[in-house]
Unconditional design. Structure first.
Length: 588
């Protein structure tokens, strides 16, 4: 939390707004148009002037994307389907399929050329060797006993030793923070090397989430009533329960945040995105009908995480990310009874110290989470290798469908989707719906948390696509980095008022040391105000922003952020500084 709060202190939030006389931001100039991804509506679709002032236009024309798997009776993918072969029902209403594409795990016929020297981008589609679909294996060391982590790691190594040439896999870990062992690659040797250097962690948070039994009902006390006994029990147990709730809360927040960060990282990747979450416990009920409901965890004190769940659900929806929950505990005993000493108590505190069997509600959570994101749940099995292999194989052929819901109701509830294919004898699998969460206006608290996460996360946020050209320069009395930030205004929600198109963004230039500590973070807010003619020009040409960033002793990375002040969307690009300023890291 200290690191997250420090961004505001480091930046000082010294924001300065600038608009040139022609309506363009200062230091901003048109550039070549950035490619528009399938996830974004065209300028014509999303920028039609509203009849009266309204919030961000994308909130009205939100695209729903669905990855669809179609297999024959032998489990082989069905190819050659067209848009006309599919029907989508949203809350039982037929939808018009407006975007359609077929993605495979085969290499592109015309690979994208690598980025030029001294150019960095958070758009993986602009990098050489770009994957069309990816699978992330998340080894959960926060919610998993150490012995189960050892087994899960062994199974992951067995999978990587048999990786196929077209498999694109990343290995992440979750502890007290999310970490990247290796991002997406087809290089099994690199993945194995990274994984073999990871030994897991002792999950102290998991043990602390179950309160210790307190000595109560001394045999020397006689004649006490049942009411007095219950009162003494509650009094003795309350401090331990509060401590356990604290650790459980922390686990839930870290887990949900990891989903959100991963979703935003893969959002811009075309095709199917899979997250294989290998965990020994599932502390959240993620995926129920109403993400605004209270009591999202089975704790006695009814801890509420609806805000965090809503953000993560929206990020997973927007990224079209399929989650494959895998129980790291393997084959479990058939006896699902709770130890007698714990009878009469509910929630996490009712689980014995040595867990012999999971709660049935955990299996239900895994199944719901998988169904509603298009993945599959694996539990009560020792074949973790098969679970990972299944997720990767699901990316061999996927049909990507997109539609704008007719009569949309953004009520925060789960809206059911049904996809049908007019071919006999086929099996169709797609996510069963989406959380209809309205696109909110960013609050100061939201901006603070999102900025902190984007600045210090090991993964780049791709909600807004960015490309940055850099060059080392000398300024009076210091070394500095010249940056030219390019972004696509079609990814920024504008609204038309007083005959102008208006939007607002913030740029932040974060310098980080080797421990991820923020050393400096100068920020600037830019009001984007365009005449209709100028707006049409920049929609086609794009925008750029030049900034000279003075270096600071100890800095090893420059993280360039662009924040949309209306929706809170963020793009982030990391730039390693060692190649440009090798002496900085050794300076303290």
């Amino acid at each position: 939390m200290n690191i997250r709060n420090s961004i505001l202190l480091a930046a000082g939030l010294a924001l300065c707004a600038g608009v040139a006389s022609n309506g363009a931001p200062q230091n901003a100039a048109p550039q070549n148009p950035a490619p528009q991804t399938a996830a974004q509506p065209s300028a014509t679709q999303q920028n039609a002037p509203p009849a009266k002032p309204a919030p961000a236009i994308r909130a009205v024309t939100r695209l729903i994307q669905v990855s669809v798997l179609v297999h024959d009776k032998h489990g082989e993918p069905v190819t050659g389907l067209t848009r006309d072969d599919f029907t989508i029902l949203d809350e039982k209403q037929t939808q018009k399929i407006q975007l359609f594409s077929v993605e495979t795990n085969l290499p592109a016929e015309q690979p994208v050329a690598p980025l030029p020297r001294d150019t960095y981008s958070n758009r993986v589609t602009e990098r050489g060797g770009t994957p069309k679909n990816v699978t992330i294996v998340l080894l959960d060391g926060l919610n998993t006993e150490f012995t189960d982590q050892v087994y899960a790691r062994k199974e992951a190594i067995k999978f990587l030793e048999q990786i196929q040439p077209n498999d694109r896999v990343g290995i992440y870990t979750l502890g007290d923070k999310l970490a990247v062992l290796h991002d997406f690659t087809t290089d099994s040797a690199a993945l194995l090397g990274a994984l073999k250097n990871y030994g897991g962690r002792i999950p102290s948070e998991l043990t602390a989430s179950t309160p210790e039994e307190q000595p109560i009902n001394s045999p020397t006390l006689t004649g006490q009533s049942d009411a007095l006994t219950a009162a003494l029990d509650a009094f003795m147990q309350a401090p331990a329960q509060r401590e356990a709730n604290f650790y459980t809360t922390n686990r839930v927040l870290l887990t949900v945040e990891a989903f959100e960060v991963i979703a935003r990282h893969v959002a811009a990747i075309p095709g199917r995105k899979n997250l294989v979450w290998i965990s020994g416990s599932f502390p959240i009920n993620f995926g129920f009908d109403d993400v605004t409901q209270a009591n999202m965890t089975p704790l006695d004190q009814q801890l509420q995480f609806e805000e965090q769940i809503e953000k993560a659900a929206r990020a997973v929806n927007d990224a079209n990310l399929a989650i494959y929950p895998v129980d790291a505990r393997g084959l479990m005993p058939s006896n699902m009874n709770i130890a007698k000493s714990n009878m009469g108590r509910s929630g996490l505190q009712g689980r014995p110290k040595m867990i012999q069997a999971p709660r049935q509600s955990e299996f239900a959570t895994m199944t719901v989470l998988a169904d509603r994101t298009g993945g599959r749940a694996f539990y009560n099995t020792n074949d973790l290798f098969k679970a990972i292999r299944t997720a990767v194989d699901d990316s061999r052929v996927t049909y990507e469908l997109g539609y704008y819901p007719t009569n949309p109701l953004w009520d925060g509830k789960f809206h059911e989707i049904k996809v049908m294919v007019n071919r006999p004898g086929v099996n169709v699998r797609a996510r069963k719906g989406y959380f209809a969460v309205a696109e909110p206006r960013a609050t100061p608290a939201d901006e603070k948390a999102a900025l902190s996460a984007a600045a210090t996360s090991p993964l780049e946020s791709t909600t807004i696509g960015l490309t940055v050209d850099v060059a080392a320069v000398n300024v009076p009395g210091a070394e500095a980095m010249k940056t030219v930030l390019h972004f696509d205004p079609r990814e920024i929600p504008f609204r038309q008022t007083e005959g102008r198109w208006k939007g607002r963004v913030e740029t932040v230039y974060v310098l980080l040391d080797e421990k991820g500590k923020i050393l400096n973070a100068p920020a600037e807010t830019i009001d984007l105000v365009f005449t209709p003619e100028r707006y049409e020009q920049v929609q086609k040409a794009g925008l750029s922003k030049t900034k000279i960033v003075p270096m600071v002793a100890g800095a090893i990375e420059l993280r360039v952020l662009l924040v949309d002040k209306t929706s809170g969307g963020i793009g982030a690009v990391g730039i390693p500084l060692k190649a440009y300023f090798p002496q900085l890291a050794s300076q303290k």
